[in-house]
Write a protein that binds this ligand. Structure first.
Ligand SMILES: O=C(CO)COP(=O)(O)O
Length: 259
């Protein structure tokens, strides 16, 4: 089995304008460079608002930074009369390599369904983007003990009609909604339970090789002081980080979770 490269992705949500984005990415790059170890063994990605992407591209290109970037959403359409939407090809034209899809905040505030997340995932893959597909249960489902079944149904919905060769590059982020922005982090065992079940589901839908290649992230109140324990779980390959990704020092410490 090929080792999966850990991935630390910062989801900035609706925070930081392009000037602030410039500062944060530069500071992140310096901080990572100043750290004792080089960070080549961990992939670092930032997902700023759309309006920051051009700026992030300029900083990354100018300083040849080993920081990837992507958007937090995109349209399921290729182009045309869709006011306010951004297409996959607009993102690739800006050098994006990733796109977050189906975040619980999109599902909750913008009524995104599994079908829409699937349509976007198909388009992202076709454009050569790596989708970070977000799944995860709310508190009521967790209390009822149905987190695994609920989350696996979302995974299956997102992957409908997607071929194995496209799934192996995909990233899935398990983000229990009750742990997002609440300070309530899932225990490492909670994260492993669902991340492990997601990998088993992918093996069932495709094959073991595909399942072993897919990277599965945990997200929800990840901080520098809890990341190491979460990363110790065998099916957790990284984190999708919200609030803690807005501070260069803190995000850099998360990237350097091995110390
Ligand atoms: O939603 C998240 C990342 O996509 C998690 O947010 P927090 O890290 O702020 O809890």
């Amino acid at each position: 089995m090929m080792a999966r490269t850990p991935l630390m992705a910062g989801n900035w949500k609706m925070n930081l304008n392009h000037l602030e984005a410039n500062q944060l990415v530069q500071k992140l790059a310096w901080t990572l460079k100043d750290m004792k170890h080089d960070y080549a063994d961990v992939e670092v990605v930032v997902c700023p608002p759309f309006t920051d992407l051009r700026t992030v591209q300029t900083v990354v290109d100018a300083d040849k930074l080993e920081i990837g970037y992507g958007a937090q959403d995109m349209s399921a359409h290729d182009g045309g009369a869709y006011t306010g939407e951004i297409s996959a090809s607009m993102l690739t034209a800006l050098g994006c390599t990733y796109v977050v899809l189906g975040h619980s905040e999109r599902r909750e505030y913008h009524d995104e369904s599994d079908e829409l997340v699937n349509a976007k995932t198909v388009k992202a893959i076709a454009a050569g983007l790596t989708p970070i597909v977000c799944v995860g249960e709310g508190l009521d489902i967790r209390k009822a003990g149905d987190q695994v079944a609920y989350t696996l149904a979302q995974v299956e919905g997102a992957l409908k009609d997607i071929k194995a060769e496209n799934v192996e590059n995909l990233v899935i982020a398990y983000e229990p909604v009750w742990a997002i922005g609440t300070g309530e982090v899932a225990t490492p065992a909670d994260a492993q339970e669902v991340c492990g079940a997601i990998r088993e589901k992918i093996a069932e839908l495709y094959d073991q090789e595909t399942a072993d290649a897919v990277r599965i992230l945990y997200g929800g109140s990840v901080k520098s002081d809890n990341i190491a324990d979460i990363m110790a779980e065998k099916d957790v390959d990284g984190a999708l980080v919200g609030g803690a990704a807005l501070k260069a020092d803190e995000f850099a410490k998360i990237v350097r979770f091995k110390g």
